[in-house]
Design a protein around this ligand. Structure first.
Ligand SMILES: Nc1nc2c(ncn2[C@@H]2O[C@H](COP(=O)(O)OP(=O)(O)OP(=O)(O)O)[C@@H](O)[C@H]2O)c(=O)[nH]1
Ligand SMILES: [Mg+2]
Length: 347
C-alpha cells in the first residue's frame, strides 16, 4: 500500500512525514527516483504477529508494510510547478491530505476548512485538464475516421460533468473505479485520508460547516508527534501520557488507511517465517494465494484455514486441527481478517 502525502505549502507535510516514519521507518527513508521526493517504508504494528511469533518461534517474522511518499518540496510555489508534485502522487493507492490547523510563526491564523477545500479544488482542476485533453484527442481522432472507444468516451464525459460541478470523482464510486479510466490515475478518484494538523496543546476537532463525503478525517498534533517519534520508548510513553495521546499518529493513520482502502490482514506460517499479508476485504482464497506466491495461485488445491482467535484458544495449530477446527476451503472462500492460512498447492 502506497500513500502519498499532499497539502498546501506550510501545512506540515514534512512534519507529518517525519512523524509517520520517524519511529519505525528510520532507516528506510530514501530518495525517490525523481527529484528530492522521499519514500519511507513503515511496518504495520500487529500484536497478532507478535503472538504468532511467541507460539511458532520462527527464524523470521515479517509485518505488513506501508509505503509513504512525500513529493518533492516546491516551497511557496503556486500551482504551475505543483504539477510535478501531483504527478508524483498519481501512482499512490490513496492520498493523505494534510491540513494546517495551527498558527504559523508570523501569527497567521489557520482556516482549516478553507484550506481543505482549496486543495480539493486544485485536484479537481488537475483531473479536469486531463479529462478535457483526452476528450479533445478522441474527438479529433474520430474526425479523422478513427473509431473511438465508446465506453471510454462516455465515461470521460460523465467524469467531466461531475468535475464541472466541482465534485471529486470519488463521489461516484462506480466511475472512480471504472476499469477504462484506471490509466488516467485521477487524483480526485483516490481514497483520501484527511489529517488535520493541530497545535501541540490543541486536541479539538475543528468545526467545519461542510463535512466532506467519502473521506476519513483524523486530528493529529503533527509537531508533537514528530518529536515523540524520535524519542526512546520510555520517553515517548511519558509524553503520550502527558498529552493524552492513546495511540500514536503512526498507528492511527495506518488503521484509518486500512479502513479507507477496505483492507484486511491474513497470516501464513511458512517454513521458518511468520508473516502478515494485506489484501482487499472480500478477496477469495485464490487471490490470497496469489499474493503470497504465483505458484500457489496456479497450483491451488485448497486452503487450510484457522481463525487467529481459535489458535489462541487452543494453543497450537496442531491442537486446533485435532479438534477439527482447521477448515478446508476452496478457491472461492472469502478470506476473513485474522485468518491463518496454509495453502495446499502443486506445481
Ligand atoms: N505549532 C505547530 N507548528 C507546526 C506543526 N506542524 C508543523 N509546524 C511548523 O509549520 C512549519 C511548516 O511545516 P512543514 O512540515 O515544513 O510544512 P510543509 O507542508 O512540509 O511545508 P512546505 O514543504 O514548505 O510546503 C514549520 O515551521 C513547522 O515547524 C504543528 O503541529 N504545530
Ligand atoms: Mg515540506
Amino acid at each position: 500500500m502506497k500513500l502519498g502525502i499532499v497539502g498546501l505549502p506550510q501545512s506540515g507535510k514534512s512534519t507529518i512525514f517525519a512523524a509517520l516514519t520517524g519511529a519505525r521507518g528510520e532507516d528506510s527513508s530514501r530518495r525517490g527516483p525523481r527529484g528530492d521526493q522521499k519514500i519511507a517504508t513503515v511496518k504495520v504494528a500487529d500484536e497478532r504477529v507478535d503472538t504468532l511469533t511467541k507460539i511458532y518461534k520462527p527464524k523470521k517474522s515479517t509485518y505488513a508494510q506501508v509505503e509513504y511518499l512525500l513529493p518533492s518540496e516546491i516551497s511557496g510555489s503556486p500551482s504551475k510547478s505543483d504539477d510535478l508534485s501531483w504527478n508524483q502522487v498519481r501512482v499512490c493507492d490513496a492520498l493523505i491530505h494534510v491540513v494546517r490547523n495551527f498558527r504559523l510563526p508570523g501569527g497567521i491564523e489557520p482556516d482549516s476548512e478553507a484550506d481543505f477545500w482549496r486543495l480539493e479544488e486544485e485536484m479537481i482542476l488537475s483531473d479536469m485538464v486531463v479529462v478535457e485533453k483526452r476528450i479533445e484527442r478522441l474527438e479529433a481522432e474520430s474526425k479523422k475516421g478513427k473509431k473511438p472507444d465508446k465506453e471510454e468516451y462516455t465515461l470521460l464525459n460523465s467524469a467531466r460533468e461531475l468535475l464541472d460541478k466541482g465534485q471529486p470523482l470519488r463521489s461516484d464510486p462506480a466511475l472512480a473505479s471504472a476499469h477504462a479510466l484506471k490509466g488516467f490515475t485521477f487524483l480526485s478518484a483516490k481514497p483520501e485520508l484527511v489529517v488535520i494538523n493541530n497545535d501541540d496543546e490543541d486536541e479539538a476537532t475543528p468545526e467545519w460547516k461542510l463535512m466532506p463525503e467519502n473521506i476519513e478525517t483524523i486530528v493529529v498534533r503533527g509537531r508533537l508527534e514528530m518529536d515523540i517519534a524520535s524519542m526512546t520508548k520510555e520517553e515517548a510513553e511519558e509524553f503520550l501520557d502527558a498529552y493524552h495521546i492513546e495511540e500514536s499518529a503512526l498507528d492511527r493513520v495506518i488503521r484509518s488507511s486500512y479502513k479507507l482502502l477496505n483492507l484486511i490482514s491474513f497470516f501464513t506460517v511458512l517454513g521458518e517465517e511468520v508473516r502478515a499479508w494485506t489484501i482487499k476485504a472480500g478477496s477469495t482464497a485464490l487471490m490470497a494465494a496469489g499474493t503470497v506466491h504465483t505458484d500457489m495461485e496456479k497450483g491451488f488445491i485448497r486452503a487450510e484455514v484457522l481463525p487467529f482467535d481459535e489458535l489462541i484458544k487452543h494453543g497450537s495449530f496442531h491442537e486446533a486441527r485435532h479438534r477439527g477446527l482447521v477448515r478446508l476451503e476452496g478457491k472461492e472462500y472469502i478470506v476473513k481478517d485474522g485468518d491463518i492460512i496454509n495453502f495446499r498447492f502443486n506445481i
